[in-house]
Write a protein that binds this ligand. Structure first.
Ligand code: NAG
Ligand code: NAG
Ligand code: NAG
Ligand code: NAG
Ligand code: CU
Length: 681
């Protein structure tokens, strides 16, 4: 029987609380399931047979994740009836530091053995672990010259917090695993990042675990601590505005079903996973087509590939602050536990995020991801028809969507990362920026006092400049529209003058100029320069009316890089030189900044892969999209920043024969008799 999207509509209730807890049960793993606690233990045990592991033995686990299974193997398993095809072997991919060398080790779970172990040569270093950053910052706090410098400033060491910053790469030959550490002065504040102590250069070598450079260059001002409080319990009246926070109750339970890590909701089915570098991963997203009576493939895999955050102050204390958050600090490693009812609404279901610590033992971020139904009060579609004699017809379908969310807090910034599935077939990627600015102490409290040409930002509080910077959030989207053989189509909208021969008072109109892209070079897109529609299509599949089935990219607000392409950070961040790229699928090309991002030299970026200029017509292709923000801070960003969101959408375009949500049942308010909404008269 033909299915239709079943939407469960929440009813607004102001008092009750409804909790659904997620329970997992024993089942064979899905090929994309995240590594489990017992698998992490197994990996450690298998490797321990060959190497003594742990920092004391100079063997550290820098990255442990699922070894990307062979795509054709996953697809034949996924598309087989009742999964009666054997999935590809389940393996882990480990990047380890062993005796100052980087090793790439593959561990196979069924044979419980190392199946590959190579020493990696090349530029760049693996992701930093939380553990080594903690050891390094504690080391600095104990470092005598540092303690003297703190005292020299009239400050108490007990009030100092030291954080770690990556160094970037500025043409050095030697790119050891070094970090710069930055001290902050709490002195009663709990807003660390608004209290930087400037003037010191402190470099720690993570391999030797030693402070290798210490310079006390100058004593600068310290921003005041007043006004940095953000805990409600400590704030003083007046309060406001008052919001009537409501809880959404779904008397019949949520509309989604969870089987392991597979989520089924309305007409969607997808798998949700967690990786220490990428964070939340969506894979095998398919949508049910009522007319065809089957699920159709849309997204093989989608996740964050990198978050690049360069600051725009070239001075000694700031020039190197050009983070590659996912590649250096891990967007999964930095994920935080979500608060029920506030980070995710009532009815949300949570998933833990498990990753390996530096010694290989599993660490658990409880509630690292959630899924929930979102009813934002939007209209899915409607029509009022007043032209039919004797009839006035109104048909409305309110919109509901399903959101998969994580929050990654990389130091001062909190990023809310959402994947929103809509019954209409759209997938919306949204990233929300909130948290705390990175600030620079200055003498000034008022703009009239500024003596320099450029303070590289905005005075946001006394002695505090919010420094200009960018956020570039790059997604890797392996779209498989109805199969893996896809093409990228750029349709330019061009203005035409009406020919004199045509009898019309009109002088102009626009029309479409459709071009199927042949190579990676032709698929590099700077958005906003021309009126253009971007689509990924399956040229083997046509609708009844002969249109190629596809998904269209709806870009959000556009911000591209403004940095010089030969500037060191931009060589490493060259994957932001275009807003959209298409590459040929290659299972090794996952991280836009390169597999080894820390101190990388830009020789393994998306920009370099694209230089291969492979043919991409009727091929398995991957879309890369960067959401960009140029951030000129303003006073409202202090002491915490109200969420600023941006994103983009992928929408079916000639994928369905007609509106896929036409036959969605209207909601019946009578089916919830005990919860009659107040506003129904
Ligand atoms: C630290 O806090 C104390 C008490 O509020 C204050 O008197 C002092 O000026 C503060 N020191 C600095 C450097 O902000
Ligand atoms: C901080 O204190 C100074 C001096 O007491 C005052 O002028 C300023 O308004 C205060 N700032 C905030 C944000 O409370
Ligand atoms: C993670 O931690 C939470 C809370 O402590 C616990 O309920 C959950 O079982 C843990 N998950 C795993 C896989 O260890
Ligand atoms: C796949 O990507 C890796 C890393 O960029 C590269 O070394 C390899 O040559 C690529 N393979 C093909 C077939 O392009
Ligand atoms: Cu910002």
């Amino acid at each position: 029987m033909a299915q239709q999207p079943q939407l469960h509509f929440p009813i607004l209730i102001f008092t009750s609380i409804f909790v659904i807890s997620f329970s997992s049960f024993i089942r064979p793993p899905h090929p994309f399931d995240p590594l489990t606690e017992s698998e992490f233990k197994l990996i450690r045990n298998v490797i321990k047979k060959k190497y003594p592991v742990g920092p004391a033995h100079r063997f550290t686990f820098q990255y442990v994740g699922l070894n990307e299974p062979d795509k054709s193997g996953v697809l034949s398993w996924h598309l087989s009836l009742h999964h009666n095809v054997t999935p590809p072997p389940r393996q882990a991919f480990v990047i380890a530091r062993e005796n100052r060398k980087t090793r790439e080790i593959v561990v196979d779970f069924s044979s419980r053995a190392i199946v590959s172990d190579i020493i990696r040569v090349g530029h760049g270093n693996p992701m930093l672990t939380i553990d080594e950053q903690e050891v390094a910052t504690e080391l600095v706090l104990k470092f005598k010259p540092f303690r003297q410098s703190i005292r020299r400033r009239g400050l108490k060491v007990s009030e100092v917090v030291v954080t770690s910053s990556t160094m970037g790469w500025f043409g050095e030959k030697d790119t050891d695993r070094l970090i710069k550490t930055i001290p902050f002065y709490l002195n009663g504040s709990v807003n660390t990042y608004l209290r930087p102590i400037e003037g010191m250069t402190i470099i720690v070598n993570l391999e030797k675990m030693k402070v290798t450079t210490f310079k006390d260059r100058f004593m600068g001002p310290l921003p005041k601590a007043n006004g940095t409080e953000y805990r409600f319990s400590k704030l003083k009246p007046p309060f406001g505005p008052t919001l009537k926070n409501s809880i959404f109750l779904q008397p019949n339970g949520p509309g989604f079903k969870i089987d392991g890590h597979v989520v089924r909701w309305a007409n969607w089915e997808f798998h949700i996973s967690f990786d220490v570098r990428a964070g939340l991963i969506i894979s095998l997203a398919s949508i049910f087509d009522i007319d065809m009576n089957k699920y159709r493939q849309v997204l093989y895999k989608g996740h964050l590939s990198e978050m690049y955050v360069p600051y725009m102050d070239p001075s000694e204390d700031w020039y190197f602050i050009t983070y590659l958050d996912c590649g250096e600090f891990g967007c999964g490693q930095s994920a935080v536990s979500l608060e029920p009812y506030t980070d995710c609404p009532a009815g949300a279901v949570f998933f833990d995020g498990i990753f390996a610590g530096q010694d290989g033992t599993p660490t658990n971020i409880s509630k690292a991801m959630c899924i929930f139904e979102k009813n934002a009060g939007d209209i899915m579609w409607r029509h009022t028809e007043a032209e039919v004699p004797g009839l006035e017809i109104t048909e409305v379908r309110p919109d509901v969507s399903l959101v998969a969310r994580m929050v990654t807090t990389v130091g001062n910034y909190d990023y809310i990362v959402d994947y929103e599935f809509k019954p209409s077939g759209a997938i919306k990627m949204e990233v929300g920026l909130t948290g705390v600015l990175e600030v620079k102490p200055v003498e000034y409290v008022h703009t009239s006092e500024i003596k320099e040409d450029d303070i590289h930002g905005t005075i946001v509080a006394d002695n505090t400049v919010g420094v200009n910077h960018d956020h570039f959030v790059t997604y890797r989207l392996d779209l498989d529209i109805d199969g893996t053989e896809n093409s990228f189509v750029r349709t330019e909208l061009v203005t035409k003058r009406t020919p004199k021969s045509v009898k019309t008072p009109r002088k102009s109109y626009w029309t479409t100029n459709r071009k199927t892209v042949k190579t990676e070079a032709e698929a590099r897109v700077k958005l906003g320069l021309r009126a253009e529609e971007l689509m990924v299509v399956n040229p083997n599949r046509l609708t009844k009316h002969g249109n190629e089935v596809g998904y269209r990219l709806f870009p959000g607000p556009v911000s591209g890089t403004l940095m010089a392409h030969d500037d060191y950070p931009q060589i490493r961040g060259a994957f932001t030189n275009y807003n959209v790229w298409i590459t040929l699928y290659n299972k090794s090309e996952v991280w836009a900044s390169g597999l080894y991002a820390d101190r990388s030299q830009g020789d393994d970026t998306l920009a370099v892969w694209s230089q291969r200029n492979r043919e991409i017509e009727k091929k398995d292709i991957v879309m890369w999209y960067t959401v960009g923000f140029h951030h000129v801070p303003c006073q409202e960003d202090f002491p915490t920043m109200p969420t600023l969101s941006s994103g983009f959408e992928l929408r079916p375009a000639n994928f369905f024969e007609q509106n896929p949500v036409l036959k969605t049942k209207p909601i019946k308010l009578s089916s919830a008799p005990k919860c009659t909404p107040k506003n129904e008269y």
